[in-house]
Design a protein around this ligand. Structure first.
Ligand SMILES: [Zn+2]
Length: 312
């Protein structure tokens, strides 16, 4: 169960962390502070689909989606956005599906999030069963920072998030997919798994219908994997709503023909990390049962609507 930490305690804890971390490392006192460097998120262009180099990371520390698995993990980066992420959570709840959110700490800084809306949203996300991952404090291109700054971007963000949801993050995704040898060492030391992706849809340039259609085309072609989307973009949130409705229709037609159906899963379902094994086993059974129950309910509703439309 998470807990909501009032702003003053939150800032004090962070300040203490900065001091102790800086002293422990024997560094200077000019460690980055989130309130000094909280930028407005820029339009980011993600690297193309593919498996980028992973310096010094063992295979179980990297998670890729598996094609042909009929399992799809929806992942959302760069939030939580107080408007668009809130709407996305309502859409996911309506469809009874869970996702993974890779969040940036600058949204959660009490100086920016004065009324605590973003922090409450993160807590609600966690309590609704979504997985929370670390996407750095400031959406930093880690390859341009000093090792100390890289550490702060990752460890500082983990501290921020864990203060709100009451537990550490175990999943990490590097902004722009940019890794360094130092980050690889950190991920191993902090027991992180680096989450890559199988598909991204150039959402910046697309409208909701194009995003929904691109996701459906991808799923028909590759039959499983990890999808990277951005919950700070309103068109992505609308595109996901269209995709989920269309996926229900596809699944119901496959279900009635006794073909394998596509299951939305948490990203841990693809992870080979031993520290995810218990979660993975529990989720696997629970997700399969929930998927079949949900599908029976959704498909009978869709069939009923179809019948009523035919009788008019
Ligand atoms: Zn990002």
């Amino acid at each position: 169960m998470g807990r909501f930490v009032p702003g003053s305690i939150f800032v004090a804890s962070l300040a203490l962390f900065v001091v102790s971390w800086t002293v422990a490392r024997g560094g200077s006192s000019d460690a980055l502070h989130i309130s000094q460097v909280a930028p407005t998120p820029r339009a980011v262009s993600t690297p193309p689909i593919g498996h980028l180099a992973e310096p010094s990371l063992t295979a179980e520390r990297v998670v890729f989606g598996t094609e042909g698995s009929y399992k799809v993990a929806l992942t959302f980066d760069d939030g939580p956005h107080v408007v668009h992420t809130a709407r996305l959570l309502r859409i996911l709840q309506r469809h009874q599906v869970t996702a993974t959110f890779f969040v940036n700490g600058f949204w959660l800084d009490p100086k920016r999030d004065r009324d605590g809306v973003a922090r409450k949203l993160l807590l609600r996300m966690h309590q609704s069963g979504h997985a929370i991952g670390n996407h750095t404090l400031n959406h930093a291109n880690l390859s341009t920072l000093t090792p100390e700054e890289q550490t702060w971007e990752i460890v500082g963000n983990d501290l921020l998030i864990s203060q709100i949801i009451g537990q550490r993050t175990k999943l990490f995704r590097a902004p722009y997919g940019k890794m360094t040898a130092h980050v690889a060492q950190l991920l191993s030391a902090y027991d992180y798994v680096h989450a890559r992706w199988s598909a991204t849809t150039e959402e910046e340039q697309r409208d909701p219908h194009e995003i929904g259609n691109a996701l459906m085309d991808w799923i028909r072609k590759h039959r499983g994997g990890i999808v990277l989307l951005h919950d700070r973009l309103p068109q992505s949130v609308s595109g996901v709503a269209l995709f989920l409705a269309e996926l229900d229709r596809l699944n119901c037609s496959r279900f009635s023909s006794q073909l394998p159906t596509f299951r939305l899963v948490s990203i841990e379902s693809f992870s080979r990390s031993p520290s995810h094994s218990a979660t993975r086993a529990a989720l696997s059974t629970a997700e399969e049962v929930a998927h079949r129950r949900r599908l029976q309910r959704v498909c009978s509703t869709l069939a009923l609507r179809h019948e009523q439309a035919g009788n008019r």
